[in-house]
Write a protein that binds this ligand. Sequence first.
Ligand code: PGA
Length: 249
Amino acid sequence: MRKPLIAANWKMYKTPAQAEEYVKAFLPLVTGHDRDEIVLCPSDTSLGVVIPAVAGSNVAVGGQNMHWAEEGAYTGETSVLMLTAIGATHIIIGHSERRQYFNETDELVNKKLATALKHKLTPIVCIGEVLAEREAGHTDEVLRKQITLALVGVTPEDAENIVVAYEPVWAIGTGKTATPEMAAEAHLLIRSEIARRLGRHVADSIRILYGGSVKPDNAIALLNQPEIDGALVGGASLDPQSFAKIIKY
Ligand code: PGA
């Protein structure tokens, strides 16, 4: 059985003080909730307040991005060693905003994934098609290519901890969601591609999340799909009440 994972991607929102205030309001809303793994991904500047604030709770914390190198002359970047040293346990890799605005390529995604696995940081690898690709009927091809390139060099032993997030780019921050059936279809395709590369056993244990305008009122239909193993939530995770409602779908 795959334990669902529900992650908040706060993107470039919230100061450390706002993040701390959020955690104070949020923790009591999810106390004792054990059905799903819960992860908050604040900006790097808030990690240092969020991680101690959730200590001892059922909430884990991850970064939104990191460099593939363990250290080096890369001004402005954050390394895996920095993240693990302060207690981060998860990392979002290859979010579409990083691909779109920061030239993150499939090759970089692959290098970051290898680094995360080496250091036992649970990677949440984002893939998804843009609207033009969906409209041209290329969704399957795009997803196959992205997942294949992300997994280059990954062994079946390493792969079980990988989390994949299917995030159709046209659904991110737009209020448009994939229908539960559309999402389930994409998840099946991604899982079958993982099975082809790494074996059925690995494919069955990897969690595939859906992301793209998940809200309290559509979470239940999406998350009830057996193929959907959780959600990566942007906008609706910024408010503790709304994120808790999604978790308790
Ligand atoms: P959204 O963002 O929920 O605001 O659409 C999802 C994401 O970017 O991960």
